[in-house]
Design a protein around this ligand. Structure first.
Ligand SMILES: [Zn+2]
Length: 140
């Protein structure tokens, strides 16, 4: 039985044998490359080899892309929150700066109201004096 392959890869008679060897290779190791390794049946020799499964690589790439998407989305949300916080701080600053102006205008309006009231009192006093003047003249 010829157990050579034109690819030069290690040949296993069964998928189980290949997977057992993969387990042995993985033992004490970690990393993407080893995790992507899989047993597959070779088209050239019909035996089994260890190699990178394209499906597995695609899945890993998709997972990495999803992770990157999540990371970008989180960064965008963080930026959005930072902008909202900046705008809130800017609005609070405007309110703080406007507060004394608003207070001054309120004071000004109060003074105007006082003046208007004393004007009204003066006018009433003048009316009273005019009325008294004419009622004295009429009674004489
Ligand atoms: Zn082969």
């Amino acid at each position: 039985m010829n157990r050579n392959c034109p690819t030069g890869k290690n040949v296993y008679r069964t998928e189980r044998e290949a997977l057992n060897d993969l387990k042995r290779v993985r033992h004490g190791h970690s990393g993407e490359n080893l995790r992507a390794l899989n047993a597959y049946q070779c088209r050239a020799c019909g035996w089994f080899h260890l190699g990178h499964s394209h499906e597995k690589i695609r899945k890993q790439r998709r997972a990495a892309e999803r992770k990157e998407d999540r990371r970008l989305r989180e960064r965008a949300e963080q930026a959005g929150r930072a902008i909202a916080a900046d705008e809130r701080r800017a609005a609070q600053k405007v309110v703080r700066e406007l507060a004394p102006i608003v207070a001054a205008e309120r004071e000004w309006l109060r003074l105007l109201a006082d003046q208007a009231q004393s004007h009204a009192e003066n006018l009433r006093a003048i009316h009273r004096m005019v009325d008294e003047h004419f009622s004295r003249r009429d009674s004489t």
